[in-house]
Design a protein around this ligand. Structure first.
Ligand SMILES: C[S@@+](CC[C@H](N)C(=O)[O-])C[C@H]1O[C@@H](n2cnc3c(N)ncnc32)[C@H](O)[C@@H]1O
Length: 479
């Protein structure tokens, strides 16, 4: 039914309303995360689709729960008849088994309804909430943004808005299980939401899918999704972290982890790391120092080409210096100048000089990697002997490691690139970043080996062209 209903949806609306339905195996797994289901349940399913989540919940809960009330919100007219007939069917089944199931289907915008109810200070009374909310950016001037602000919620995506509203509508000790993208776990945009979530709930369980595509494979969804279980107004204790490769959960694996290994403190922007490695790699000397302890800084590549377009060109003009884009590197090797679609040169003058860095060694990290790329973090070394000019322009698609906007030591540049290009760092990075973008802030938050070790690595390996397994071997010796 899910596949049939999904095929009837209009592609534009499907994307605008985030209409990606939960497969059965995942719905059942989500329900299994709730603590024992007891009497007088009030269940909230916001963005219910055809009702897969509420139905899985009902399946599991009777005959134990004698009375269940469901509130389901759905705006899609095509899905509403499916939702209604499914709930009626289950209501009848429940009756046979001696349970009472009542439901209200609200064919209204959930954000509007929830904000109205919260403004009117109606009781927050749901005992359980199970959701797969829509995900879509909320623009800053939209009706949703305005409504959410009314109750003090600042967030940038529909899914975090749904999560926040559902939390507010839960009663104290109420439980929620949600399948959502993991993008809220880091990044500055989601910081207010993370703070809100951690102030109101404890995180009890997080499930991660090993493969990006596998949770919604029928729907071709590429978002990396997690399942999270929250308990409102409950003290935070150890967190269960589970993994499976895909929705079959055939290789399900779970362990308990200290909360402080998952939830970062305020100074780390409340990031939520999801350690999926059996042994948290952060206990090694490779991850002992924050960036300032090794006297380095990292910034987004300062040259935003469209702002200085008139000073950029494909040919040098006597006053120009190299302007580097990721396209200037292939297989880790720098070629400049090179025929690329972007200008390779930038003129040095009073306006541009503030965006340039003096000639020298630097380590660069690409900010964007293609989805299919093996590693998220791809680091390069800029060797000044391979480039002309007294200054270099680093375009905005890079992050640049520097010392006060000046060059870094040669061995350090190579050692740092080697460390960043290792699978160990890539895995570590993936524990807290679900998206393919690597921001300077992300690089500020990870930890690094000592200066001494980085220089030693640089000295040893700088003239060698290493394969991935050779890089990993070089790094693992110091684990
Ligand atoms: C990701 S789908 C999940 C559907 C269902 N819960 C499931 O798991 O299969 C999100 C659903 O939310 C609905 N939706 C989107 N925006 C909504 C809104 N503002 N209010 C209520 N429902 C909404 C969509 O039509 C879609 O059916």
């Amino acid at each position: 039914m899910r596949i049939e209903a999904s095929s009837r949806l209009h592609p534009t609306r499907k994307s605008a309303l985030g209409q990606f339905m939960t497969p059965n195996s995942i719905a059942e797994f989500m329900v299994s995360l709730f603590d024992k289901l007891y009497n007088n349940i009030r269940l909230l399913d916001a963005g219910a689709g055809i009702g897969s989540l509420a139905l899985a919940f009902l399946d599991k809960s009777f005959p134990n729960a004698s009375s269940i009330h469901i509130d389901a919100w759905e705006v899609e007219q095509i899905l509403l008849p499916y939702l209604k007939s499914n709930l009626i069917h289950y209501q009848k089944e429940a009756m046979h088994k001696g349970s009472l199931v009542q439901f209200n289907i609200h064919d209204d915008d959930f954000i509007e309804s929830a904000v109205l109810s919260l403004v009117a200070k109606r009781n927050s009374h749901y005992t359980h909430c199970i959701i797969n909310p829509p995900y879509k950016k909320i623009s800053s001037d939209s009706k949703h943004r305005f409504l959410l602000r009314k109750i003090g919620i600042e967030t940038v995506n529909l899914y975090t808005a749904f999560l926040a509203l559902c939390i507010l509508l839960l009663q104290s000790k109420g439980q929620m299980v949600a399948i959502v993208p993991r993008s809220f776990c880091n990044g500055t945009y989601y910081k207010p939401f993370r703070r809100f979530l951690l102030e109101t709930c404890c995180i009890s369980h997080i499930h991660v899918f090993g493969s990006r595509k596998k949770a919604f494979k029928d729907e071709g969804v590429l978002q990396e999704n997690i399942i999270i279980k929250l308990i409102k107004n409950h003290p935070q204790s150890k967190i269960r972290i589970s993994t499976s490769h895909d929705d079959s959960l055939s290789d399900y694996n779970v362990r308990e982890i200290e909360a402080n290994e998952v939830i970062m403190q305020k100074e780390f922007d409340f990031f939520i790391h999801i350690p999926t490695e059996p042994k948290p790699v952060t206990n090694s000397p490779l991850f002992e120092n924050i960036l300032s302890q090794i006297s380095l800084g990292v910034s987004t590549g300062p040259v935003v080409d469209f702002r200085v377009k008139k000073y950029c060109s494909n040919k040098p003009n006597g006053k120009s210096v190299p302007l580097l884009y990721p396209q200037h590197f292939s297989n880790g090797e720098l070629t400049h100048p090179k025929e690329i679609k972007k200008p390779s040169w930038i003129t040095v003058n009073a306006e541009t000089i503030k965006w340039l860095m003096p000639k020298g060694f630097y380590t660069l990290v690409k900010r964007f990697s293609a989805k299919e790329e093996k590693r998220r973090i791809v680091a390069y070394v800029v060797n000044p002997h391979e480039l002309a000019g007294d200054y270099f322009g680093f375009e905005n698609h890079f992050n640049v490691f520097h010392v006060n906007k000046h060059e870094i030591d040669e061995n350090m540049a190579y050692g740092l690139a080697l460390f960043l290009n290792s699978s160990l760092v890539d895995n570590y990075f993936r524990t807290f970043s679900g998206h393919t973008q690597v921001n300077a802030n992300d690089l500020r938050l990870i930890k690094y080996p000592s200066k001494r070790l980085l220089m030693e690595l640089g000295r040893k390996y700088k003239h060698k062209k290493l394969t991935q397994s050779q890089i990993d071997q070089a790094i693992s010796q110091h684990e």
